[in-house]
Design a protein around this ligand. Structure first.
Ligand code: FIX
Ligand code: ZN
Length: 421
């Protein structure tokens, strides 16, 4: 169907984006058969670390007193401070309300007890089906850390994720804290030595290979500080060069770098205590130029890094830019970053991931982002119509499917999982 005027363009783009099935390439969710580490319900939504950071700005409690509260008491406190005593205009607060609305609950009642009753009536499996359908998410890529004591036991018990959940092998402790990580490797039977020699290289590679065999990860991932540099005469520099890059190339999977996080600048806040810093791009540039047979995902945490990341993606086809990560996952920056990407990369990018830590967040993370991305696409397509270019609905469907689904599967080399065009 040809798009002939602005009104039909608006209607078509909104409908196509809204109905587009999604592959969510980075989350902290788990397959429901992994047990209680999959978080869901209103109290988990309210105690999301984004809201912990925000409530501590209003709370009359010390951080220590807050952490001593039960999960429900924490949620009650957050609800009172951020929703009742002050309007919930922040993105994370609004997200909770979008989730309630998505479930057909009534935010205007402000009845936390009625919301708790709704979730209490659900089982985990039922709820996963409901949320994935409401959010139109077909595939959820997890964050899987073999150094996490609880998750490691789940994998070692032989549990495999349900078919809609996929692993990403996350290796922050190995790359960012090798001094302590190698002690655990030795505990687990990997004979790494004090010095970085051939045996250490082989044993770290054996550790990674064992977990790649166990998890079948779609990619390997790490979050990196603003000071990230490569090449670098450091544990991280040596492990990336001698282990990560050869294994990823051999397995044909990307290495995902999430750059710019300053961990625990306020340790008392826990996960809410991480900060952001502008990173140098030289390390990413070097990797792209010197490892053309490796594929790289990259997302950056500082607003100031977004433009150079997009320009770098114009120079190197083995880089796939993805998502509006963490402190950039707000309308003001989703808007700026998506425009920057479309204007310099066209649709050869992955505009968003959810980073959801609570299952229900898939509803709001995708609802909010789809609304912004649709608005921008309407403007961009209208600019085309103004030149006399003609547009078919099927072309809009193709472009939107690429960005929300197919670009991911095609970049990782699993076209068979892409939507048929
Ligand atoms: O490193 C990461 O995967 C970050 O996304 C998380 O550490 C962070 O806490 C988060 O969930 C941000 O949205
Ligand atoms: Zn994350």
């Amino acid at each position: 169907m040809k798009i002939t005027n602005y009104d039909s363009l608006v209607e078509t783009v909104k409908e196509v984006v809204q109905n587009q099935r999604v592959t969510d390439m980075h989350t902290h969710l788990y397959s429901p058969n992994f047990g209680d580490i999959l978080l869901w319900d209103i109290d988990e939504l309210l105690t999301y670390h984004y809201l912990v950071a925000e409530v501590m700005r209003w709370s009359d409690l010390s951080v220590e007193e807050f952490w001593k509260l039960s999960k429900q008491e924490q949620a009650d406190h957050i609800w009172q401070k951020l929703f009742v005593e002050h309007s919930p205009v922040s993105e994370a607060c609004r997200g909770v309300l979008t989730c309630l609305k998505g479930f057909g609950l009534d935010p205007s009642t402000r009845s936390l007890e009625s919301y708790r009753e709704y979730f209490a009536s659900k089982t985990s499996e039922q709820h996963v089906d409901k949320v994935l359908e409401l959010a139109k998410v077909d595939h959820v890529v997890m964050t899987n850390d073999p150094f996490d004591d609880i998750e490691r036991e789940v994998w070692l018990s032989g549990v495999k994720p349900n078919e809609r959940f996929h692993a990403a092998l996350r290796i922050d402790p190995l790359l960012n804290d090798y001094t302590n990580a190698k002690k655990r490797l030795v505990e687990w039977g990997y004979k790494v030595e004090e010095e970085w020699n051939e045996q250490s290289v082989n044993e770290v590679k054996r550790f990674l290979s064992d977990w790649m065999d166990r998890m079948n990860p779609l990619y390997m991932a790490v979050s990196l500080p603003p000071s990230f540099a490569f090449p670098e005469d450091s544990d991280r520099g040596r492990i990336i060069k001698d282990c990560i890059l050869p294994l990823c190339e051999q397995a044909g999977i990307p290495f995902a770098m999430m750059i710019g996080v300053k961990k625990r600048v306020n340790p008392s806040l826990g996960d809410a205590g991480d900060y952001v810093g502008k990173a140098g791009m030289e390390g990413v540039e070097y990797l792209l130029a010197n490892y053309p047979n490796n594929k790289f995902f990259c997302t950056m945490l500082a607003r100031e890094n977004q433009h150079e990341l997009v320009v770098l993606a114009r120079k190197f086809r083995n880089l796939m830019v993805f998502g509006c990560w963490w402190f950039t996952n707000n309308p003001v920056l989703i808007n700026e970053m998506t425009r920057m990407r479309l204007e310099m990369l066209g649709t050869s990018m992955i505009p968003q991931h959810s980073d959801a830590r609570v299952l229900d967040q898939l509803i709001y993370k995708w609802d909010h982002s789809k609304e912004i991305i649709a608005t921008i696409l309407i403007e961009k397509y209208n600019d085309l119509l103004k030149t006399g270019w003609e547009l078919e609905r099927s072309e809009i469907e193709r472009d939107v499917a690429d960005m929300f689904y197919n670009n991911f599967w095609e970049f990782i080399g699993k076209k068979e999982l892409a939507l048929t065009k």
